[in-house]
Ligand binder design. Structure first.
Ligand code: PAF
Length: 281
């Protein structure tokens, strides 16, 4: 496993592999790696000849300066976690390397960027698109791997690829959970013990909502989820919506055609957690 910190050096290394006909699998991350990330890296190793992981806390996707300042930066332990699995290149550039000049590009993802995360984190997806497009230009992967926990991000990335015509296949990977059901996230390590203890209620409630969905209306399920989670006193729902899985528009009844997914953001103290569940009615 090699560590690259400059764009020129990673491009040069990958060009050698590409000229030999090797395929490149890419896992973009912001570091603070956990088993969820490792599952993406393993999947990339199964499907591609060269595995590249980027570790870069991208400032342009943070709309809250405190969140950016507090985001865990753990390059050394990240490298240790990656060493037993197949990861050929780690790309960990500085902010100056990725943004020598401010990135003024504005993307337009329509409804996909206006709802849920987009509504509560203005500019977030523009920042994600800025960094992911830069990374795709540098790495030029054949396949790129994204976790389904960030369901809306996945929809945005698919749309970015469609709009810009990137020759990359986006591979969605399932959510990996702790034993108690909490979706794995780099932010979990920031949870104070009392919040960590009650955070599994998020997934417990989503599972219960899925069970109840054969008996209750969409609106009743929305209310149920918010009431259950807010009822814990330590957790506060920022949003919960049930949307169609393509355009992310709110659905009004279960008979709406296509896939349906419930997406949630919850504050556990100062830490913001997201999760989702598929309603297969
Ligand atoms: O999902 C993430 O960790 C980030 O949004 C990503 C895709 C690495 C871009 O910074």
């Amino acid at each position: 496993m090699e560590l690259y910190t400059t764009i020129a050096s990673i491009k040069e290394a990958l060009e050698i592999g590409r000229s030999k006909g090797f395929t490149i699998g890419f896992v973009p991350t912001m570091g603070a790696l956990h088993i969820g990330h490792l599952s993406l890296v393993e999947e990339a190793g199964k499907l591609c000849d060269i595995v590249v992981v980027s570790i870069f806390v991208n400032p342009t996707q943070f709309n809250d300066p405190n969140d950016l300042a507090n985001y865990p930066r753990t390059l050394e332990s990240d490298m240790k976690l990656l060493s037993p699995i197949r990861c050929d290149c780690v790309f960990a550039p500085t902010v100056g390397e990725m943004y020598p000049d401010p990135d003024q590009r504005k993307f337009d993802f329509g409804n996909l960027e206006r709802v849920m995360e987009g509504r509560f984190r203005p500019g977030h997806f523009n920042g994600v698109a800025q960094i992911v497009s830069k990374l795709f230009d540098i790495i030029r992967p054949n396949k790129a791997f994204f976790g389904q926990k960030d369901f809306q991000q996945l929809a945005i990335i698919n749309e970015l690829v469609r709009q810009k015509g990137y020759p990359v296949e986006i591979i969605p990977c399932p959510i990996v959970r702790e034993n108690d059901g909490l979706a794995m996230s780099s932010r979990n390590r920031l949870l104070l013990p009392q919040y960590r203890e009650c955070a599994p209620l998020i997934y417990i409630t989503l599972l219960e909502a899925k069970k109840l969905s054969s008996k209750k209306s969409v609106e009743e399920i929305r209310e149920y989820v918010v009431d259950q989670i807010n009822g814990s006193n330590l957790l506060e729902v920022e949003y919960f919506d049930i949307v169609d899985d393509r355009y992310l528009t709110s659905i009004e009844n279960w008979s709406t055609s296509g896939g349906k997914i419930g997406c949630i953001a919850v504050f556990a103290g100062k830490v913001r957690l997201i999760d989702n569940i598929i309603f297969d009615l």
